[in-house]
Design a binder for this molecule. Structure first.
Ligand code: SF4
Length: 457
């Protein structure tokens, strides 16, 4: 796509390429000033854990629309690659530039002064959470068998940032132009060669603690392979965790985990099962303990030890989406108040309010990590509304934002209902109610009838 519009080409030579090789072809043909959206072999095979890759500032295919199997949708349409060339395109003009500039100043100051968006995230990335969540007892380990991992400090954000700096990578970096927070980084191997972007917390957990792997280099390689083959790192880590529980390979077997991901890329029969995600792996190998909701794998927080996120996992229309109502913010990080993570009281209201706010924030196109500052600082929330108003010449209020969030959630829920989803699917797997998790020895205690109240506002 360019200033002249969209052109569609048939190019069988791209078939089967990994995202990294695909981008090398793009560089030769279109140069290095374009951006790409693409799928790897997993999307072409229409596997349920297939992602869509977007290039970052270094033109690496590291930024993925990971969840929900969207890569399989692109593959089913026969679309391998979209090249975007903005040369000669006009930049959109704000309706009220001075007001936008003033609101943006307050906005940037707000992000820079908050301890999460101005400190934890830029210094250590999302992986700052490994030590915090491990300490809380909600760090799922060995396919959600325990809430703490002995090897956590070896794969923490602090360890990763130190390695990145030592090896000539970057511990603080933006994933695209204009990011104020800069939670990303560049991960090099021991010889200083690029391996991947800084692995996110979810990836470090999924391929690390969840599989009993405490080797940062192995996790970074798994991250690279997922990006190359075009896979959601959460569902891949969860799928391998279930495969480990089934006895295919042992917990902690990093070479075995790397081999399983490579098999997905090659499309072997076992690889296709693994690439279909944790729910399918559990069915094929007869594992009851499948950490999934609506067929999608749970992310990096145990819902028994952090019950607010359990409510979000169970009820969010996408299924097991931590970003849809990130209760960790209030249960653990104490942003926007505090609700005790180990008790059921207050979790429904917490998840409901966060799901409404998140749907609205997502609709702005802002990175969700701004939410920490927005939750805690009323002037930062107001600055976001002021920026939207100045850009589009609108006069939205805070109430309009809430109404927008509710209307988005209603649309999503209506879609699910029409697709055959029922309230019985707004549930965590039963074992979370039956099996207590150490070290707190708690089960998920939010009642089903309360889960059914989340969207009653
Ligand atoms: S804060 Fe958001 S936009 Fe910035 S680097 Fe992190 S993920 Fe990317």
């Amino acid at each position: 796509m360019s200033k002249d519009g969209a052109a569609i080409e048939d190019d069988p030579s791209l078939k089967g390429l990994g995202n990294y090789d695909l981008i090398e072809v793009v560089k030769k043909r279109w140069g290095e000033k374009v951006a790409c959206i693409s799928i790897g072999p997993a999307g072409e095979m229409r596997l349920a854990a297939a992602s869509i890759a977007c290039t970052d500032m270094e033109m690496h295919p590291t930024r993925h629309a990971g969840r929900g199997g969207v890569g399989a949708v692109m593959g089913s349409k026969g679309v391998k690659l979209i090249v975007l060339d903005d040369e000669g395109c006009k930049v959109r003009e704000p309706k009220e530039p001075e007001k936008l500039k003033a609101a943006n100043k307050v906005w940037v100051e707000g992000l820079k002064k908050h301890p999460v968006t101005g400190g934890g995230l830029p210094n250590y990335g999302t992986n700052v959470l490994t030590n915090i969540i491990n300490e809380s007892g909600g760090f799922p380990t060995f396919n959600f068998q325990r809430g703490q991992f002995e090897g956590a400090s070896k794969i923490s954000g602090e360890t990763c940032a130190a390695l990145e700096t030592q090896r000539g990578g970057l511990a603080t970096h933006g994933c695209h132009r204009g990011c104020v927070i800069q939670c990303s980084g560049i991960y090099n191997d021991a010889k200083g060669n690029y391996v991947s972007k800084q692995p996110e917390y979810e990836t470090v957990w999924a391929h690390g603690a969840n599989c009993g792997i405490d080797d940062m280099d192995a996790i970074a390689l798994l991250d690279r392979l997922d990006d190359d083959i075009g896979l959601d790192t959460i569902d891949m880590g969860a799928a391998i965790g279930v495969a480990m529980e089934a006895g295919l390979i042992k917990f902690g077997d990093k070479e075995g985990a790397i081999d399983l991901v490579r098999q997905v890329g090659k499309g072997t029969p076992l690889g296709r099962i693994i690439g279909s995600g944790a729910a399918t792996v559990a069915k094929v190998f007869g594992v009851e303990r499948a950490p999934v909701v609506k067929g999608q794998a749970l992310p990096a927080y145990d819902p028994r030890a952090i019950m607010g996120i359990g409510v979000t996992y169970a009820t969010t229309p996408m299924g097991a989406d931590h970003t849809a109502g990130y209760a960790i913010a209030t249960n653990i990080l104490k942003c926007g108040g505090f609700v005790d993570p180990l008790k059921p009281e207050g979790q429904i209201e917490l998840s409901r309010n966060l799901q409404i706010a998140t749907a609205a924030i997502d609709a702005t196109g802002m990175c969700l990590f701004i939410a920490f500052a927005v939750l805690d600082q009323p002037e930062t929330f107001q600055a976001l509304i002021d920026m939207i108003n100045a850009f589009y010449g609108l006069s939205l209020t805070g109430d309009d934002v809430t109404a927008l969030g509710k209307s988005i959630l209603k649309t999503e829920r209506d879609f699910n209902k029409a697709a055959g989803f029922t309230k019985e699917m707004d549930r965590l797997p039963n074992y979370f109610k039956r099996e207590a998790v150490a070290p707190h020895n708690v089960t998920f205690q939010v009642k089903d009838e309360d889960l059914d109240r989340v969207f009653n506002w």
